[in-house]
Design a protein around this ligand. Sequence first.
Ligand SMILES: [Zn+2]
Length: 422
Amino acid sequence: MLDLLNLPGVKPVDMYKESKALIIVAVTEMVKVPLCEGCNIPMHKHGTRKNKFSDTPLYMEPVRLEVQRPRFRCESCGKMAMPELSFLDDKRRATKRLVDVIRQQCLGTTFRALAEQTGVAVNTVKNIAHDLINELSQTVRYETPVIMGIDEVNLAGDYRCVISNLATNNVFDMLEYRTQEHLKPFFKDLPDGDKVEWVCTDMWRPFKRSFTQYLPNAKLVIDKFHVVKMASEALEEERKKYQAQLGKEQRIYVKKSIRCLTLKRPGNLTSPEQKALEIVRQEIPELAVAYDFKEAFFGIYDEPDKQNAQNAFEAWENSLPDQGLEPFKKLAKTVHNHYEDIFAYWDAPFPITNAYTEGLNGLIKMVNRLGRGYSYEIIRAKTLYSAEARKVGSGIRAGRGKVEYGPHIPTLLKQAESGELD
Ligand SMILES: [Zn+2]
């Protein structure tokens, strides 16, 4: 029979099909009679043993190897021995090359699909993946970002932390929880912590409390999108109030179109949308006032420097009426609570935002949905060690070997859209 196995020490003698796998029967080639390890005398042949091992698929079918090996016995001490097969995995009833294939593919496909394709149990795939993830977490090191983004994402049932490199648009790390107990050790152990110059986060206080003592040169800037989002949310509160006053038919109309019209920036409105918005302004003057406050708040970020931005905010706050628009007054209060860190935006050499991390949130939500049942650890590994996305922006030489920044966020997004990350 043709040696379609190409495994050292065995040759195939038969092949047949079982319901779920192709069975290849193999025998060991010429085996030398071993010496007993304890007695140092030749052993005697003592029957044969048959064992089954999973191997790489053949003709798109899972393969089970049925290996027949001679068994030897020491007549002096009774010890048994069988010829060793170097191609077997140490931990599993599988060939090393099958374990290699599973390692290569387990972070890029579902465990179930890989189990079906190879005929091994889902739990075996899971165990191989866990071993791989442990190895990767000890060996893969990404360059500490000079401009670091910290964001929260709801993943596998909890709020997690995504740390990104905002200069290169790479994911740097993911933390299981966003509490100080998880954040502090991360920053404490971060190599090159003095390299971090800027940290961009939302207003979640523990972020700042966790890193300040460990990143001596880092300045905090509250992410622009999280700040202006509050103005949109304030407008939404107002809109719902006026919507409640409308009749049923009008309300449906308001919900479907006014929400979009008022949340969009004027520059993004098409000309029919501009006309529609004009009608809304005339019909609901109270909403028009709220809309103008929302837009004026967004306008603060169009200011060219810090002084002008702070002046614009002051003017905006002073123009709020004594009565009503409570959501916007709440927003003004929040800005005061984070005043320095919000206006630090204009201290940075160029605008620093978490825009890509926000995109990443969408991606992780998609991974969440597709990979239902995956643990946080697996989703983290699928994101952080994605082979394709790691290639982008890596391999830059900087004197002491290869520098890697982590998986490239736009590449991850593309992969997620095409379903490659399932
Ligand atoms: Zn012996």
